[in-house]
Design a protein. Structure first.
Length: 115
């Protein structure tokens, strides 16, 4: 039962806990806050692209990525839930991050502007 609970995929638009007292979506967590005008439009485009890129990941990579990023699970816990060695989980995470970096490379300039 525990394994199935953690393996359910959440919608990227579903609320997630932030800082223990607020709620946010993955897209909002990525985009930052309080943007105006053109930057808000850019931010919305980035949110949609991030959601699309995550959804496009192979299911095994997406599963590991979401458990790590949204639930904050350590690699060993993910390995226990998924039923594979911890090094397999780390490899899936690395491949997921590489795919996301490639898919989102066009937005790299935006991330540098918001730092």
């Amino acid at each position: 039962a525990r394994r199935m609970q953690h393996r359910r995929h959440r919608s990227l638009d579903a609320p997630v806990e932030i800082d223990g007292d607020g709620r946010s979506t993955l897209g909002e967590r990525v985009s930052g806050t309080d943007l105006g005008g053109e930057r808000a439009v850019d931010s919305l485009a980035i949110q949609r692209r991030v959601a699309s890129a995550v959804e496009a990941l192979p299911s095994e990579q997406r599963e590991v990525f979401l458990m790590r990023q949204l639930q904050g699970l350590p690699f060993q816990d993910i390995a226990d839930v998924v039923g594979v060695p911890v090094n397999t989980v780390k490899s899936r995470m690395r491949y997921a991050l590489e795919r996301l970096q490639e898919a989102l490379s066009e937005y790299e300039h935006h991330l540098e502007e918001t730092r």
